[in-house]
Design a protein around this ligand. Sequence first.
Ligand code: FEO
Length: 389
Amino acid sequence: MAKHEIANSIYYIGVNDKDIDLFEGQYVVPNGVSYNSYLLKDDMNVVLDTVDKRGTEQWVKNLEEALDGEKVDYLIITHLEPDHGYNIELLCKKFPKMRIIATQKAFDIIPQFFDIPNFEKRKIVIGDGGYIDMGKHTFRFISAPMVHWPEVIFAYENTEGILFSADAFGRFGLPETKENWIDEARRYYFNIVGKYGLQVQNVLKKASHLKINKICPLHGPILDKDIEYYIEKYSTWCSYKPEDEGVFIAYASIHGNTADSAKKLGEILKENGEENVVLMDLARSDISIAIENAFRYSKLVLAASSYNAGVFPPMEHFLNELKGKNYQHRKVGIIENGTWAPSAGNSMLKIVEEMKNMKVCTNKITIKSKMNEENVKQLGKLAKELMKA
Ligand code: FEO
């Protein structure tokens, strides 16, 4: 997205990254990602966050063009992670008198990444409720620790009603692509911020009295319509409540027999009137989408083969990821397969039991090598149990 004015005297100066292979070393981003950065030109010129090293050249060009020969007086750091903070040192060297506005936690971390000339003299520490005037525009600050790092703080610009929300409300994909916000925002949220639902709840509460006209996140499009819709989605996600009623069936199958039972359950559920049934082969799917689906739907079915006296690794990996992200409050069905000593069920159960408020269906199914008629009946009972209110 080219440099442009997004509100009176506030410019977007971020950059698009169309060909990154893996965002944060693990997430496939088929439609790229943007590193958003903003410039306020007022009595004081203020940059809000820099960009990833992959975008340095374009960002400097955007910044210089927007500055039109003027200097930067302040840098506000809402989030220090390298996809936003990489060019802090460069900016400090370019503007030797520029001051840095950030939380104490950010200032504690900065020397681990950067060697900033006159670091001590540049520091302006802000915290929750702090504010700073830049001329016609004033920034108020709302601390947002662990959304998604401990130093994160949101900046709310009073005159325009803009919330600079760091990673929150961001999504994968370039800002100008026409894709729905929701799918790539959900995948981003649950995979990157999902563990910190409580902290997101706290910051939403603190921001609830603000009149927000625009949300400017650090990734993806600027949100300037239907603000309530985005806040409502975040409120649901951070509370760990399902967004949609439905059953997500995640399977990990060695020879295809476990997959057959998962698909059969999907058919039975549909025959019984369940409208939302989503199946995913964990060995051949993007795990970040599987995680997103697990959080999205109200019920989860785990179907896996036994392996090394435990469970087939794609399922183990999936469940450990869910546990790490605080997955909770869901109804779960379990299908195991094992030819001589089925072990997948207990291995899956052990991880599920470490999660909060999980309700495991009593109809736990064991398939021995290949689904038989009895198993089909059991799948029918499991479907009924899953669909019971
Ligand atoms: Fe976009 Fe937490 O960095």
